[in-house]
Write a protein that binds this ligand. Sequence first.
Ligand SMILES: [Zn+2]
Length: 384
Amino acid sequence: MTKKTEIDQLKLLAKRFAHATRSNHRDALDAIATTLSFPHWKALTVEVGQGWMPSEDDLAKVDAFVREYFPSLNGRPQFIEQSMSRPVGEPIKVGGIDGHAYQIFEFSGDIRMEGEGWRILIGEADFSQPLVEIEATHKETSPTNDRGFVEKALSIAVGEAVIVRAGIASDWPRRSTKPNAKGEVAHPIHGDMAAEWYCLHCDGKMTGTQIAGNLWHCPRCNAAPLDIFTSPWWLEGSREKPTVIENVKDRRQPEPEVKVLDTRPTLRLDEQSISILLRVALLEDANTPGERLGALLAKISVDDELGAWITFDMDLWPEIKEPEAAIAVADKLDMSLDLEVTCETFPFAWPGLGQVTTSTSEYVQMMLDAYEERGVVLRKKDDE
Ligand SMILES: [Zn+2]
């Protein structure tokens, strides 16, 4: 009976492999046979007929091969659990290509391969477009300028992506990754079963085979599994109709997009940052609570051609007071600075008192007293 058990063990491993790689049982059997140096499964069975038996080592070899694609071979941990528990900075693979070191990371099903000044990103879905990013500072010297290098790197990254997808598929039920005879597949998250599916993002209509073949990401817009539904309920009562997503024969992973990026910290000296810097300087210039209010409420305008100008409220900022720090900041930024004083409606702040002390709490007390004596104090609770 030993013979039957060992061959059955291979068949069981083939089943797991088919589940992980979303392939036919027959293709999986061939892959197992190839691992043991047979051209295909048929050849293996012929040998078995002549008395050949897989050895312990053979079984271990196939087990290791399948385990790479089906990590939860002996139960837990499942791929997604393993992925979630891995520290973010821990690579799943390290190596070198033509003397250039790289690290590969996996996060939420996505692959990121990194080297000095370059990285390659590949999404979870089978047909997501790989992205090659090159640091602008490394543009001239980057190994990614060599087409051959990029091809080698891509094939390694794609290899890891295939294993990651297999891990995800192995966590999902087989009926989510392999359509039944009626073409129906079950949603991997909530289990709805249907032969036709709709994408919430692009209103695409697709078959079970199409959606299962792209790891439950929309084949047109790459929307995630949670956006794929059995009916286009969001189009109810609207004139929009779902559009059929064409079946592409022998679809391949798209050519990578190459982008040059400058990720160095960038100081953008625009209106917003310049006015904040000028206001900080005004606060440095302000000594009293009144002046600090003047600094906070001053109108600061910045214009590419005209430079900067500050409009103070004359009740809050003494007309004779030079904002020295603000002038120095404008000078550092190579901007001309104009100062104006205007009289707005009498501010709430009882301006005269703002210059009497440098303590804000003293000033607030004096202001409260002044309003209570000569005016009205409305508190929030009085409105209720
Ligand atoms: Zn879509």
